[in-house]
Design a protein around this ligand. Structure first.
Ligand code: PLP
Length: 394
């Protein structure tokens, strides 16, 4: 019954499933406390108190009308409040019209891609990248073009990007703070990227949309600043979600903010609203639109994530692993100790360590650790990392 297309796609990502199944097996065999599972980017925080309070308020208060269909773009007053904040940060005149509430960032990305892609159009992703981008582009007739970043810093490489842009390039996805590296792309590099895109658009007579996938924009350390994409790229849209910033991934709530400087922006916005409707989302969940509407200035406390980043980064580098120190998100992306990262992840299982090979992010030779696990798990895992490192010591 299953289509050949989906069969192929499932088998392409089957090692992620295999990792999950291995984890389950190990937990049954050794007990969950003896298994160090760094494989999933699922926040272990509970949502902030303000979110819990808002939820109680809307569930127990006057709920008449709360569960009805609505404008496919979402509640106007909540979009207005998001537009006000986004516009102030970008220095641009955003109104509620420029905001479309979505089912998380995943929903938002699909809505944007459906709205802009013609068959065969190319979408550039900068490796390492979130693996779902390829599937999302293909969902809407597009093709993902993977461009490496500078391996010393994981910042975009202007030379590599220049080579990849063609007349068929319709979008560039930026994800900063990045999953899986935790790197924040610098303002200086992004400004160069903006210059390059403007030149290429002129050369090809095309328009290239920068899609900024920002679920980690509020998870940053040491007062690092995330450059404002809407102010750097006139042809841009931010896709954001509350999955990580408010620890609400199961509730599927986020938004798209469209740059008002885009030519014929009203037409694009009507396309986005149409796509939100016809992809079957119809509108973002009404209850959680209300809840996040009361929590727009709130985010999870990142102190505990920072403590984990500092501890894990220090211990692993002491053990001889090399890694760019992340400035945000909750991932570490060290170099594997052998070139074959899939083999390396397999060997790590012997020590009950569940890690994700860099190949899964278009970047072989590395592995990803998601440190949204308890500090206790992290501390207990160090002897396993030590044993793993010793296995590869010359
Ligand atoms: N983009 C990136 C880079 C992610 O890491 C994730 C989730 O892990 C998503 C998008 C999807 O986020 P959401 O849960 O808001 O759909």
């Amino acid at each position: 019954m299953l289509s050949q297309n989906i069969q192929n796609k499932i088998s392409k990502s089957s090692w992620i499933r295999a990792m999950f199944e291995q984890g389950e097996k190990l937990r049954k065999l050794h007990g969950p406390e003896k298994v160090y599972d760094f494989s999933l980017g699922n926040p272990d925080y509970e949502p902030p108190q303000e979110v819990q309070d808002a939820l109680i308020k809307y569930v127990t208060g006057e709920t008449a009308g709360l569960h009805k269909y609505m404008n496919n773009a979402g509640y106007p007053e909540i979009r207005e409040n998001i537009a006000k904040r986004t516009g102030e940060e970008a220095g641009l005149p955003l109104t509620s019209n420029h905001i479309i509430m979505t089912c998380g960032a995943a929903g938002g990305l699909n809505v944007v891609l459906k709205s802009i892609l013609n068959p065969g159009d190319e979408v550039i992703a900068l490796a390492p990248y979130f693996v779902e981008y390829g599937f999302y582009a293909e969902n809407h007739g597009g093709r993902l073009v993977v461009v490496p970043t500078d391996p010393a810093t994981f910042q975009p490489s202007i030379a590599a990007l220049e080579q990849a842009i063609t007349p068929k390039t319709k979008a560039l996805i930026i994800n900063s703070p990045n999953n899986p590296t935790g790197v924040i792309y610098s303002e200086a590099v992004l400004t160069q990227v903006a210059g390059l895109l403007a030149r290429k658009e002129q050369e090809f007579g095309s328009q290239i949309l920068v899609i900024s996938d920002e679920p980690y924009s509020k998870i940053v350390y040491d007062n690092a600043k995330v450059p404002n994409i809407l102010s750097i790229f006139p042809n841009s849209a931010v896709v954001n979600s509350y999955s990580k910033s408010l620890a609400l991934p199961g509730e599927r709530i986020g938004y798209i903010a469209v740059n008002p400087q885009i030519k014929d922006v009203e037409l694009l916005i009507s396309g986005l609203i149409f796509a939100n409707r016809t992809l079957g989302f119809v509108n973002a969940p009404s209850l959680f639109q209300k809840v996040i509407g009361d929590s727009l200035d709130v985010a999870v406390n990142t102190d505990e994530y920072k403590r984990r980043r500092d501890y894990l980064y220090s211990r692993l580098t002491e053990l001889g692993f090399t890694c760019v120190k992340p400035e945000g998100a909750f991932y570490l992306f060290p170099k594997a100790l052998i070139p074959d990262d899939v083999e390396f992840a397999q060997r790590a299982l012997k020590y009950n360590l569940l890690i994700v090979p860099g190949s899964g992010f278009g970047c072989p030779g590395y592995f990803r650790l998601a440190y949204c696990v308890s500090m206790e798990t992290i501390k207990n895992s160090i002897s396993a990392f030590k044993a793993l490192a010793e296995e590869f010591r010359a």
